[in-house]
Design a protein around this ligand. Structure first.
Ligand code: FE2
Length: 344
């Protein structure tokens, strides 16, 4: 089904749900959301939450790093109630800057697996993404790859495309390796992959997939949803490119594929804390999780909620159960390693 049709179907479905309207959770029926995400689906979810709760959602959107700077600058005067962003690395940085507060909501703890939320209750995973390997279907050797380690194999010299090490996705991937295998092993891997680069890192994950399709390289590291989105893109060139590429979930015989999250936490000085908690509970509800899955091509964190059809078609996979807090803790070291091996 084309994406617009899916959006329409879900809007209809959301408006057809007839849950009772509870009383607003705080005297002022408002929640101020600072979001590092920018998806139409999020707006639909906010609207549904407004209808269900009677709490008005005010949204400020900015990319993750800018959000952090803004919140730091606003300090105790910040109007932020709920902070939503992608990648556990960003959430860790918010926590480290003391911009989040711990909350205890049993419904959240029950619905979200422990490794996908902060042990202190300062942030919670809402949806999941897998950092996978994209390969050119036309390259028989690349199609055999099963592990991240093989990206550093000498047989793929000049055949690997990746984005810059400044990007939090790659920082989190390397941070996970540091946690599991130690800094020396992580540096060895990064150096070996660096030696196989087809070109200096440039562009987004989508650009890496396009480079694989165009034959500039045979292998790339990308988040799964970029390829899924290209499959049903409005742009025929993107659909054509996606058709030349396939994804594999790495490390199935080992620790499992690296996963990350989009997540949220209650702001340190939230003026409407109860409303922020109510919204978090809504975002983890079955209906919100279903909408997340259908509209963003991410995996729901709540058990029993199926992924979107095109995502399910990738098959089931073993994911790493490394607590995501470790990713943030190792990020500075990950950046130092990337710099040391000249990843750029
Ligand atoms: Fe992304």
């Amino acid at each position: 089904m084309p994406r617009l049709a899916i959006v329409g179907a879900i809007m209809l479905w959301l408006s057809a749900c007839s849950a009772p309207v509870p009383k607003p959770a705080s005297a002022e029926a408002v929640v101020n959301v600072y979001s590092g995400r920018h998806y139409d689906s999020d707006a639909l979810l906010y609207k549904r939450f407004e209808e269900q709760s009677g709490i008005r959602v005010r949204v400020l959107e900015a990319p993750g790093p800018q959000l952090l700077e803004r919140l730091k600058a606003e300090g105790a005067a910040s109007a932020a109630d709920l902070i939503i962003t992608s990648d556990a690395g960003n959430l860790f940085q918010l926590k480290a800057a003391d911009l989040l507060q711990p909350i205890q909501v049993p419904a959240l703890e029950a619905a979200i697996p422990a490794h996908l939320r902060d042990a202190d209750g300062e942030w919670f995973g809402l949806s999941k993404r897998a950092r996978v390997i994209a390969f050119a279907k036309s390259d028989a050797a690349a199609a055999q790859v099963k592990t991240y380690a093989e990206l550093g194999s000498p047989r793929f010299k000049g055949r690997v495309c990746v984005r810059s090490s400044i990007n939090v996705y790659n920082l989190s991937l390397l941070a996970a390796m540091i946690s599991r295998d130690g800094a020396d092993a992580a540096q060895k891997w990064a150096g070996a992959v660096r030696a196989n680069f087809a070109r200096e890192p440039e562009g987004s994950d989508t650009d890496q997939i396009k480079a694989v399709a165009a034959g500039a390289c045979s292998l790339a590291i990308v988040n799964h949803y970029y390829w899924v989105r290209m499959l049903s893109s409005k742009d025929p060139a993107e659909r054509e490119a996606a058709a030349k590429v396939q994804l594999i979930f790495p490390d199935q015989a080992g620790a499992g594929t690296h996963v990350n999250i989009s997540g949220a936490g209650v702001a340190r000085n939230a003026p409407h804390k109860a409303n922020a908690e109510a919204m978090l509970k809504f975002l983890i509800s079955k209906e919100a999780q279903t909408a997340f899955a259908e509209l963003n091509d991410e995996f729901p964190v709540r058990a029993g909620v199926p992924a979107a059809g095109a995502v399910q078609a990738l098959g089931s996979f073993k994911e790493s159960d490394l607590p995501l807090n470790a990713l943030g803790a190792n990020q500075a070291q990950a950046q130092a390693i990337f710099d040391a091996v000249g990843w750029r």
